[in-house]
Design a protein around this ligand. Structure first.
Ligand code: FAD
Length: 447
């Protein structure tokens, strides 16, 4: 029996352990942090993210959907808050009732996957084990605590700062660079009302678009919201716990009133950097491979980093099964399949920052978006808006990107030429590909 060693028990590592054990690997996951299931602090900050179809399909695969369903909140569209404090405006994500994304606590989702991994025959989890060094020739890893472990297959699911990736680069297999944004982020909490209810509509992704900066908020089941401020680094450099309340009152007045302890939270919570990892050479011979953020970390503006990581895990499982006894080919094929697609989502995530912080209130953008939704209704076999192809389908990202460029050209033509024959233009677009058979539009309940 082959021994697979996975570094990192985040969403990618925990999920992959289940797939690999089901293939017959003796699987060990080493995680540098303590077991998050034992260190959950009551009343602590709850950080959430958006789960969409590409993350849901693997959850169906491993039988985790029902449990995850119980901890999600569906978001049906973007709720746009303007600076003049007029009534917020809802922009639904799509024409169909299943076109919703799901707010979910990162740690709760991770905990469900860890429980499931632990219950899977052939999976062993070890916490407080930090990888320090990799001997690729000797197929052995070294931990910071001095211990070692041997492997047949080593998987780096150790996130954007991957130590396994560094080892692959030192061996000459991997080339990588991180392109940092000059915008940073800070997560804050908007508390629930005293009776535990939400202060804003929980079934929307709230956005305060302000050109060069923006705030978003996603609901948590406990009644609070995770609020994230994205702003130029220079803005963060100028803000202090004493000035942040005035700053919020100027730019996001409705929100400022709902977070009484802004200054304290601003002082307590870290500021994070945002970057895109461009890496190629994700594997080394027949023995080591990167997956998830370790291979393709992206900026969070399309809500796809974890979704893409989980989709990659599923692709790696499929390639290993497709090449029994030839791991080296499987690892090559995995990168050949995924790299064009993860490059595409990396670029679309960067593009989406502009769309979120200014596009959503631009009349030209809104005209295009409405026309795209109208065309989808008239030609559902050919037309899907870009956001919907990315979030609510399993179409390869690169195809979604190419189709979106084609659609964008069509929309420009249509908006500039009121006499254009739209139906004829649509005929030039190829029919949409069939969906992943596992994709069930009603997979997560909308309750
Ligand atoms: C502000 C923000 C918002 C986001 N919002 C979304 C969203 O809405 N939707 C979405 O899909 N994605 C979102 N993401 C991205 C998402 O968080 C990541 O893509 C996802 O967590 C990647 O999973 P992973 O398992 O590959 O890596 P990680 O989650 O980073 O997990 C890596 C694990 O490896 C462990 N590790 C690291 N080094 C070592 C070592 N040397 N030894 C042992 N263990 C190690 C770490 O402790 C960690 O547990 C967001 C990210 C940010 C920053």
């Amino acid at each position: 029996m082959s021994r697979a060693v996975i570094i990192g028990a985040g969403p990618a590592g925990a999920l992959l352990s289940i797939y690999l054990a089901r293939q017959g690997y003796e699987t060990v996951v080493y995680e540098r942090r303590a077991d998050l299931r034992q260190s959950r602090v009551e009343g602590g900050r709850s950080i959430n993210l958006a789960l969409a179809t590409r993350g849901i399909v693997p959850l169906i695969d491993v039988g985790a959907l029902e449990q995850v369903d119980a901890i999600t909140i569906p978001m049906r569209g973007r709720m746009i808050h303007s600076p003049d404090e007029s009534e917020p405006v809802m922009q639904p994500y799509g024409n169909h009732v299943h076109e919703v994304i799901h707010s979910v606590s990162r740690s709760e989702l991770n905990a469900i996957l860890l429980d499931l991994a632990e219950q899977t025959d052939g999976v062993q989890l070890e916490f407080n084990r930090q990888l320090a060094d990799v001997d690729l020739d000797g197929r052995r890893i070294h931990f910071a605590d001095g211990g070692t472990s041997d492997f047949d297959l080593l998987v780096g699911a150790d996130g954007a700062g991957s130590v396994v990736r560094t080892a692959l680069a030192e061996a000459g297999s991997c080339r990588h660079r991180t392109e940092w944004l000059d915008h940073d982020y800070k997560e804050l909490t908007l508390p629930s009302r005293p009776d535990g209810s939400h202060q804003l509509d929980p079934h929307a992704l709230h956005i305060w678009p302000r050109g060069d900066l923006m705030v978003i908020a996603l609901a948590n089941p406990a009644g609070d919201f995770t609020v994230t401020l994205f702003a130029p680094r220079t803005t963060f450099a100028e803000l202090t716990p004493d000035t942040v309340s005035d700053y919020f009152s100027d730019h996001f007045p409705d929100l400022a009133r709902l977070i009484p302890d802004l200054g304290q939270q601003f002082a307590d919570n870290p500021t994070g950097a945002l970057g895109t990892l461009w890496a190629d050479g994700w594997s080394h011979k027949d023995r080591a491979v990167l997956v998830g953020d370790a291979a393709h970390a992206i900026v969070p503006f399309h809500g796809q980093g974890m979704n893409a990581a989980m989709e990659s895990v599923r692709a790696l499982d499929r390639q290993l099964r497709a090449h029994p006894g030839d791991v080296e080919t499987a690892l090559h094929q995995f990168e050949a399949e995924r790299k064009p697609n993860t490059d595409a989502i990396a670029q679309m995530a960067l593009d989406n920052y502009l769309e979120m912080r200014s596009g959503v209130v631009d009349p030209n953008y809104l005209a295009k978006r409405n026309l795209a939704l109208e065309l989808e209704q008239r030609h559902p076999e050919r037309i899907r808006p870009r956001y919907n192809m990315v979030m609510f389908s399993t179409m390869p990202y690169a195809e979604a990107q190419a189709r979106a460029a084609q659609l964008n050209e069509l929309l420009d033509t249509a908006l500039n030429n009121p006499d254009a024959d739209l139906d004829m233009l649509v005929e030039a677009i190829a029919a949409l590909p069939p969906e992943d058979p596992l994709m069930d539009p009603n997979a997560l309940s909308l309750a």
